[in-house]
Design a protein around this ligand. Structure first.
Ligand code: SF4
Length: 75
């Protein structure tokens, strides 16, 4: 199943991912960093499974993230 991996610690809160895919990303009022909605916290990242139709918007978010902390894995 495809999934999104977000290394949130290094987020600079630029809002680009929210603009690309607002159903998945939201800037936290608490610390100004982006949250991957519905994600599960792992050791050093957050992970959320997605369906194939959800890949494209999140790939755009990943491509435009200025600090390259969003990864979309397709297998
Ligand atoms: S695009 Fe990257 S740096 Fe910008 S808010 Fe989203 S995760 Fe953070």
């Amino acid at each position: 199943m495809p999934k999104i991996i977000h290394y949130r610690e290094r987020c600079i809160g630029c809002n680009s991912c929210v603009e690309h895919a607002s159903d998945y990303w939201k800037i936290s009022n608490a610390d100004g960093k982006s949250c991957l909605l519905g994600a599960e916290k792992k050791k050093d990242c957050f992970v959320r499974s997605i369906s194939t139709v959800e890949i494209a918007a999140n790939k755009r978010a990943a491509q435009d993230c200025p600090v390259h902390i969003i990864h979309v894995v397709e297998d």
